[in-house]
Design a binder for this molecule. Structure first.
Ligand SMILES: C[S@@+](CC[C@H](N)C(=O)[O-])C[C@H]1O[C@@H](n2cnc3c(N)ncnc32)[C@H](O)[C@@H]1O
Length: 167
């Protein structure tokens, strides 16, 4: 089910425009559905086939794979609401990010990084609960300009949206 983080990210990307967009970890499909208003091609991936069954009710191009590993084309925009909670084990892939809340996100960012067109963007959601500076540094090392673009305080954490532009 979409939660506060989903709606925050959906609002943030609502006015982005282009020809092709990818939503990694689409879950219910809320982000992909928002992207489909302004992008002619939207692809959604998720590691969970049951999540994709729900997303496929509204999104045509759903692919069950790890991150973006099954894809070879390039996109104007890639969006991901990352699983960001620090955890010792990967018990719940919807939230568990492993060490510092960045191991799974780092793997997903690396998988996405070669599929973004020049001047294209990677936008992801993380949290103050994760060591998200590591993710910003990773994006910079992969050839992106990367900055915190929006924050939202909740009771127990701050949601963080990072926007990266491919040089
Ligand atoms: C925090 S939820 C976000 C769901 C939805 N995008 C939203 O904003 O409401 C994270 C999603 O990423 C998926 N996921 C976790 N690890 C993944 C991976 N390695 N590759 C693809 N999807 C993954 C989970 O199954 C889950 O649907």
């Amino acid at each position: 089910m979409p939660a506060e983080d989903s709606f925050f990210l959906a609002d943030y990307i609502e006015n982005k425009k282009g020809s092709s967009a990818l939503d990694i970890g689409t879950g219910s499909g809320i982000i992909a559905k928002t992207l489909s208003k302004n992008f002619s091609l939207v692809v959604a991936t998720d590691i969970s086939i049951s999540a994709l069954r729900q997303a496929h009710e509204t999104i045509d191009n759903c692919i069950c794979c790890n991150a973006a590993d099954a894809l070879y084309s390039s996109f104007d925009l890639i969006v991901c609401n990352l699983p960001y909670l620090p955890s010792d084990e990967l018990l719940d892939p919807t939230v568990d990010g492993l060490h510092d809340g960045v191991d799974i996100p780092s793997m997903i960012i690396k998988s996405a990084s070669n599929l973004i067109k020049k001047n294209g963007k990677l936008v992801f959601l993380t949290s103050s609960l994760a060591n998200y500076d590591i993710l910003i540094q990773l994006c910079k090392s992969l050839g992106f300009d990367a900055n915190v673009a929006a924050k939202k305080k909740l009771f127990y954490e701050e949601l963080i949206i990072v926007e990266c532009t491919k040089n």
